[in-house]
Each structure stands twice: as C-alpha cells, then as structure tokens.
Design a protein around this ligand. Structure first.
Ligand SMILES: Nc1ncnc2c1ncn2[C@@H]1O[C@H](COP(=O)(O)OP(=O)(O)OP(=O)(O)O)[C@@H](O)[C@H]1O
Length: 247
C-alpha cells in the first residue's frame, strides 16, 4: 500500500478479446507497495495478455488500471515506463553487439540526461546483478542465464516502481534458479514492487506471499500459495476434472 493506503496497482475489470477469443475476461486484483505477487495459470490462460495491458502494449477493451491511484489504461508503453512500470520479456532481445554496460545505459535515458550519471547508474546495476566484471563484455558472448539477468537489469535501468517479470527462470539450472530467486528478493528490497508470471512452483513458493491464478481469461483464485494450490478449481485448471475430484 502507498502512504494513504491505496494499493500501488489496482486492476479493475479488464478484458481483452482477439477475434472470437476472450483472452482476458473481467480481471480484477490489487497489488500492494512492496509485494511480490505471482500470476499463475496454465498455458493460454491470459497471463501475458494481462501483462501486456498493464504495460500498455495492448489496449484494454474494458476496465480500468490504476497505478498510484491514476488511470493508466490506454497509455502507450513508453509513457507507462516513464511513470514507473517496467517489464521483462520471455524472449529477451538485448542489443547483441553492444556491451553489458551499454545495454544497461539505454533505459537510463528515461530518467536522466547526463551521460556520466547514466553510465554510473548502469555500472551500479551491473554490480547489483553480479555482472560488474562483465560490464565491457559484448552481449553476444554472454551465457543464456547472464542474458536473463541482463534482461532484468535493462528493466531496472528505467528505475521502475513496479516490475512485471515474465518467466525469468525458464530453462535455468537449479542453482541459477536459486540465484534468480535471491536477485528478485534483492530487487524487492530496493523498494520495487513485483508482479511475476512463473511456472516453476519452487520459485513461486520461495518468492511470493500471495498468488493469483487465471484460467481461460478469468481469475479463479487469490491467496497464499500453499492454500491456493489445494483449491479444487486450481487443481482442475492444471490437471483436469478427474484429478480435482480425487484430490
Ligand atoms: N496478439 C494475439 N492475437 C490473437 N490471439 C492472441 C494474441 N495474444 C494472445 N492470444 C491468445 O490469447 C490467449 C491467451 O494468451 P496468453 O499468451 O495471454 O496466455 P498465457 O497465460 O500467457 O500463456 P503462456 O503460459 O503459454 O504464455 C491464447 O489463446 C492466445 O493464443
């Protein structure tokens, strides 16, 4: 919650249709200041579409999205980035022939105009990611996992209040996943609120105090991870009717 008790993000009845497909239907949830909230759901549930509406990549057909109490639905991605919402992508697309530091400088122009300040901030973020020694390395020489961390760093370089993270541990080894969990916690400790789409249950359990679950575009559960994973609607969404009946 912000100082006056208003949640940082209030999603109110947003919907999105693609032709005959209702990808998101009347989705509402709140996200409090400093929270790490996981957004779960089977493939095609509408998670990325919801992200894209919050980040301004898709226009909502209906509903309101309030950030710090202000309606942001319909704003363009760069405008939404400027007011403090950044996102990572499932498929990161860094500038491969630029260095790590140069990639981390690009987002800095959102907040600052002094090049020395932007460079210093980029180097601070590289250190934060544990990539300080790679600041001068061209991105094309990085491992897949270091590219993932850089993707997070590129979002952080815009100095967001809210970070939308899309499957940041996909394809990671267990020790890399653990490193990512630590990194996400440290990002939150910097004061950044986090909404994370993730499939790896161990990561969700380690990170989030609260999860919301979508299925077929609708919100079907909202609560503590350990409670939500036992709910029949959630089991049915993931494993089918028969499994839920037996559980
Ligand atoms: N630009 C688009 N045009 C048409 N249909 C789309 C578009 N984007 C998503 N969809 C459809 O909307 C539905 C929800 O997709 P979305 O990517 O939001 O689901 P998701 O929960 O993120 O799935 P995943 O876990 O597989 O990434 C899917 O049926 C998808 O095919």
């Amino acid at each position: 919650m912000s100082g006056d008790g208003t949640p940082l993000l209030q999603v109110r009845g947003i919907s999105k249709r693609f032709g005959g497909l209702q990808a998101v239907h009347d989705l509402s949830f709140d996200l409090g200041q400093g929270e790490i909230l996981a957004l779960l759901g089977p493939n095609g549930a509408g998670k990325t579409t919801a992200f894209n509406m919050i980040a301004g990549y898709f226009r909502t057909d209906q509903g309101r999205i309030l950030f710090e109490g202000r309606d942001i639905a319909g704003r363009k991605p760069w405008d939404i980035c400027r007011i403090g919402i950044a996102r990572t992508f499932q498929l990161s697309k860094p500038f491969s022939d630029l260095t790590v530091a140069e990639n981390l400088m690009v987002g800095g122009f959102v907040r600052r105009s002094e090049i020395d300040e932007i460079r210093a901030k980029a180097l601070e973020i590289a250190d934060f990611l544990g990539m300080g020694h790679q600041a001068a390395t061209e991105v094309q020489h990085l491992t897949a996992f270091d590219r993932r961390k850089l993707e997070l760093g590129r979002a952080l370089s815009t100095e967001p209040k809210l970070l939308l993270m899309d499957e940041v541990v996909a394809g990671a080894t267990p020790s890399e996943a653990q490193e990512m969990v630590e990194l996400v916690r440290r990002i939150r400790d910097r004061g950044v609120t986090i909404l994370i789409v993730e499939h790896v249950m161990k990561v969700i359990m380690a990170l989030s105090e609260r999860v919301i679950v979508m299925e077929s575009g609708r919100l079907i559960a909202n609560g503590k991870p350990k409670d939500v994973v036992r709910q029949p609607e959630v089991l049915k969404a993931y494993f089918g009717e028969g499994y839920a009946a037996r559980a």
